[in-house]
Design a binder for this molecule. Sequence first.
Ligand SMILES: NC(=O)C1=CN([C@@H]2O[C@H](COP(=O)(O)OP(=O)(O)OC[C@H]3O[C@@H](n4cnc5c(N)ncnc54)[C@H](OP(=O)(O)O)[C@@H]3O)[C@@H](O)[C@H]2O)C=CC1
Ligand SMILES: CC(=O)N[C@@H](CCC(=O)OP(=O)(O)O)C(=O)O
Length: 343
Amino acid sequence: MIKVGIVGGTGYTGVELLRILVNHPDVELKVITSRSEDGLPVADMFPNLRGHTDLRFSVPDVQTLGECDVVFFATPHGVAHSLAEDILNTGARVIDLSADFRLQDAVEWEKWYGQPHGAPGLLPQAVYGLPEVNRAQIQEARLIAVPGCYPTSVQLGFLPLLENNLLPEQMLIADCKSGVSGAGRGASVGSLLCEASESMMAYAVKGHRHLPEIRQGMERAAGKAVNLTFVPHLTPMIRGIHSTLYAQAPGLAEDLQALYEARYANEPFVDVMPAGSHPATRSVKGSNVCRIAVHHHTHTGQVIVLSVIDNLVKGASGQAVQNMNIMFGLAEDAGLKQVALLP
Ligand SMILES: NC(=O)C1=CN([C@@H]2O[C@H](COP(=O)(O)OP(=O)(O)OC[C@H]3O[C@@H](n4cnc5c(N)ncnc54)[C@H](OP(=O)(O)O)[C@@H]3O)[C@@H](O)[C@H]2O)C=CC1
Ligand SMILES: CC(=O)N[C@@H](CCC(=O)OP(=O)(O)O)C(=O)O
């Protein structure tokens, strides 16, 4: 059994990790931290876990966490910067759900996150945990940066086009909508029912901090600079991300359906839907799947890709567990076989 610790067990990604890990056949949960809820039984805060865990929240302690084989960070940006090195020094591996190690350039990170990078020395060993791109590196990794929710959806949607150099115009658009759980569990006016329900709005139009992360991954895939417009929207749903991706590829003769099906044929968590489909976020709710549909209007040269994921599963905690499975040589879908909820 793999001994697991979680730093930051009271947020939405923390409780989603717990929901997945309590049913993981190869995992023993050892530590779940919260400074504010020290001593409280985890199932008292999250009644869905009653009968599944007897653990209590405890304050983060490097020695106790170091007794685990792997420690997940489900914490705000900057926390893993301050603790990851000490935990790695105990021999435990680290899977960070925050953005602390996603950007390879510490200066770029400082620019977008508004604080100095707290652990630039760890960046060379940090592996970007998108299995569909980096599976071999993940197998060897000791420190994983789990991709953000929007970046997962957008990169998986664009990758086959970029890797095959099919987008000469490079005028790419990612028009993305997220459920409110993406904003975290912390109280904020924007997440109030009266503010977010029965309404929809774009935000961060000037520039969202996921833009450099998406661009980094897309440029790696394309092998050249990528020109991307990314606009996120808040929508009145609890979970889910719907990305509508636009590209112009005049004269493109490729069979894009076949290209996408071939690219993801061996991927357990990417589902390329039949040509012309319209995947709904509901079709992935609670599961680790990213569903993709490709629309190619050959007469106008427009390519429109629809990519939907559950922001808390493939967009965060499920992908984190997928990384753990790969790192420890387990079945990649261990603990991740949940079918999406319908209706
Ligand atoms: N929500 C989403 O859809 C996604 C979120 N993420 C990322 O996952 C991370 C967690 O997000 P979310 O689940 O929404 O979390 P929240 O921000 O709601 O929760 C944060 C957790 O971290 C703990 N924490 C806060 N500060 C510290 C600290 N200094 N030291 C130790 N623990 C601390 C808190 O517990 P306490 O203060 O009691 O110790 C709490 O349990 C974030 O980086 C987020 O950006 C990534 C992808 C998607
Ligand atoms: C709806 C909403 O607010 N979504 C969050 C993104 C989700 C997230 O937390 O991603 P990180 O791990 O990169 O922070 C946002 O736009 O800030």
